[in-house]
Design a protein around this ligand. Structure first.
Ligand code: SAM
Length: 272
């Protein structure tokens, strides 16, 4: 699909999760309808900006750990979102310049900006496919994926802030298992996932806002997030609140967020 096709398919009549998230991160790639929905979310959960920032920071740390400590050179990132620097490939390639990254998202607006995700190092490679997580066979069969990744070598499957948009009736556990089944031993799974565990009432309201706007959503408990890692070896510290997964020193003067503000379970597992 070309960028002009993508522009035609962009629905500005209702809010979209990628564009709300762009608003939370302080980006400019959203419409009035998204801003209104995002402000409704922030009215109920003012820490949404903290939560989004900590989610992004987890992705950076998990990517670096996999590159530096586990020899990962290839990533499949599904639910990529509107490009926000540094993007996953920039983090990976600053650790290992030959890193190869395949991005996938189902929002046409992300496709419109995909060119920003393609600015790879000369040694590495990046590509983008417009695809839906709920159709893993299409993702695994995509020619662009096979041009960029060698599926005989370990790949990190990165699902950051995606799975809470995939309710149980769409079989997210089966889909994650199917994707991991296609990857060889030594591959990794990295997940961040919103949780109601620290403030159930607020998160019930937030899910209601998304569902009313036409975006299916299901937040999950620590145990429910842990189930995505069945059969994998979880890296230390296991399933942890986002800001406490392998924390790095904060900038001087920056305050440590609370678990309730972050409200994300995160984890990284390796396929034996
Ligand atoms: C909150 S953003 C997360 C962006 C990025 N992964 C991060 O963590 O910073 C969620 C993204 O998932 C995408 N998404 C939601 N459901 C999807 C699906 N079924 N298939 C592919 N992408 C999906 C949305 O379009 C959006 O870009």
């Amino acid at each position: 699909m070309t960028n002009s096709h993508a522009a035609r398919d962009i629905d500005t009549s209702r809010p979209h999760s990628a564009r709300l998230y762009d608003y939370y991160l302080g980006g400019k790639d959203h419409f009035e309808v998204d801003k209104q929905a995002a402000e409704k979310v922030a009215g109920v959960f003012p820490a949404i900006f903290v939560c989004a920032g900590e989610n992004r920071a987890f992705m950076h740390r998990a990517t670096r750990v996999l590159a530096r400590e586990h020899g990962i050179r290839q990533w499949l990132d599904i639910g990529t979102g509107i490009p926000t620097e540094p993007n996953l490939h920039q983090v990976a390639q600053s650790a290992v310049p030959d890193a190869r990254v395949v991005y996938a998202d189902n929002d046409p607006l992300v496709l419109k900006y995909a060119e920003r995700l393609m600015r790879s190092t000369a040694e590495g490679r990046t590509t983008y496919i417009q695809a839906d997580f709920t159709d893993p066979e299409a993702i695994l069969a995509a020619p662009e994926l096979h041009e960029a990744l060698d599926l005989t070598q370990p790949v990190a499957l990165s699902l950051n802030a995606l799975l809470h948009f995939v309710p149980d009736d769409l079989d997210p556990y089966g889909i994650v298992a199917r994707l991991m089944e296609a990857l060889p031993s030594g591959s990794a799974l990295a997940i961040s996932h919103c949780t109601p565990d620290f403030d159930p009432v607020t998160w019930q309201t937030l899910v209601g806002i998304y569902v009313a706007a036409g975006t299916p959503a299901q937040v999950r408990s620590r145990d429910e997030v842990g189930r995505f890692f069945e059969g994998l070896d979880l890296l230390e510290p296991g399933i942890e609140v986002g800001h406490r997964w392998r924390p790095e020193p904060r900038q001087e003067g920056a305050t440590e967020p609370t678990d309730t503000e972050v409200s994300l379970w995160t984890g990284v597992g390796i396929k034996p």
